[in-house]
Design a protein around this ligand. Structure first.
Ligand SMILES: NC(=O)c1ccc[n+]([C@@H]2O[C@H](COP(=O)([O-])OP(=O)(O)OC[C@H]3O[C@@H](n4cnc5c(N)ncnc54)[C@H](OP(=O)(O)O)[C@@H]3O)[C@@H](O)[C@H]2O)c1
Length: 252
């Protein structure tokens, strides 16, 4: 009888430790906000957090069309990261809501190609979405993050933003937008380290989404499973780092 009891208790403890992403149940109930959560990696990541018991706030430019996100039970907020009024309106609606994990995921691929076919006048589009967008969101939701328990800001960057890994060129605007995202993530990690905030950038892998017309070597679900494990397990010593979705360090 006693051994059956012990077995059940050990099984329960193991279940808690081995819950999705290896998180303890006591960490659940925390809140995550994911931008661009209506499709692709953002939607898959919203699913991971939702199934693990987190409160999920997912943003979409068109909430009416965010059917799959709503089906996860997420709170859906309208957000266009290029529109300061949209960012401010969302921040006003979320006033007083502690956000443990702010995941800046929304992004676009931008102008492809090299110098010959580059339209310099259109580069502001990709920089506006991928670089200034996350900065607007971080600024507007800073109090929400600061008053939370975890205080994590995870910016979905790309290996394309890594200087060291830039060995095959291509994609001037996209690379620059992610390198600049890495740069300000690092700066904020230094500026706010003494306040317990944790800023990281993450490479989600080469993922089969609309962004690359379904090409890639992993699915959104595989990417999101890894990202969830990394993000939910972040601690103070991770501040200012750049990680792959599998948790390996990425070179700047
Ligand atoms: N896929 C890859 O292989 C890969 C590799 C490295 C990095 N990444 C990064 O991973 C992130 C997610 O990419 P993904 O592959 O999942 O792309 P995706 O399937 O094309 O989804 C992009 C998401 O961003 C949203 N978005 C675009 N512009 C926006 C704006 N102005 N305001 C708010 N939301 C906006 C989209 O919303 P709408 O539906 O309204 O357009 C959509 O929800 C991006 O930051 C991307 O750069 C992807």
């Amino acid at each position: 009888m006693l051994s059956t009891h012990l077995f059940l208790r050990v099984t329960l403890l193991l279940f808690m430790l081995c819950a999705p992403g290896g998180v303890l149940l006591s960490e659940q109930g925390a809140t995550v906000l994911i931008t661009g959560a209506n499709r692709g990696i953002g939607l898959a990541l919203a699913g991971e957090f939702s199934r693990a018991g987190y409160q999920v706030i997912g943003t979409a430019r068109s909430p009416d069309k965010a059917v799959e996100l709503k089906a996860l039970g997420a709170r859906v907020e309208q957000l266009d990261v290029t529109d300061q009024a949209s960012v401010d309106a969302m921040a006003a609606r979320l006033a007083g809501v502690a956000i443990d994990f702010l995941v800046n995921n929304a992004g676009i691929k931008g102008q492809e190609g090299g110098l010959a076919d580059l339209d310099v006048n259109r580069m502001d589009v990709v920089l506006n979405v991928n670089t200034l967008g996350p900065l607007r969101v971080i600024q507007a939701l800073f109090d929400n993050v600061q008053t939370s328990e975890k205080k994590v800001v995870a910016n979905i960057s790309s290996m394309m933003g890594s200087m060291e890994m830039n060995t095959w060129g291509c994609c001037l605007g996209y690379r620059a937008s992610k390198s600049a995202l890495n740069s300000f993530t690092k700066t904020l990690s230094v500026d706010y380290a003494d306040q317990g905030l944790v800023f990281v950038t993450l490479h989600p892998g080469y993922v089969q989404t609309d962004m690359n017309d379904g090409k890639g070597n992993i699915t959104p679900a595989q990417s999101a499973a890894g990202l969830f494990r990394v993000i939910s397990g972040l601690k103070a010593s991770d501040n200012g780092h750049f990680y792959n979705y599998d948790g390996k360090e990425m070179p700047w």
